[in-house]
Write a protein of this length. Structure first.
Length: 102
């Protein structure tokens, strides 16, 4: 016969896991710097002549566009955090958009 643990040993559901989530605070500096680094890397890769490397750069930049928009959206709700890093990310994002539209 299989052993069944008594109900007193079972974990109770936590009240803190229910309901809405509170904001985690402003966007971290490492998030802004990581996005900026990834965008610069994508721009460098798209400048290479090898077809596969160029395609990898384009793919990276395409994936970063919605992610960056989402981070800026969350930054508007939760707080930008480090303003200088967000500004550098915005400049890199502008270069990425210019690369696609020009």
């Amino acid at each position: 016969m299989a052993h069944v643990a008594p109900t007193s040993h079972r974990r109770a559901t936590r009240a803190s896991h229910r309901g809405h989530r509170s904001a985690d605070g402003p966007i971290q500096l490492t998030t802004w710097l990581g996005l900026t680094f990834a965008m610069v890397l994508g721009l460098v890769l798209t400048g290479r002549s090898h077809v596969g490397v160029h395609a990898a750069g384009i793919t990276l930049l395409i994936m970063l566009v919605p992610l960056t928009v989402a981070v800026f959206g969350a930054g508007l709700r939760r707080g930008i955090g480090s303003g200088k890093a967000a500004l550098v990310t915005a400049v890199a994002f502008t270069f990425v958009l210019l690369k696609f539209f020009l």
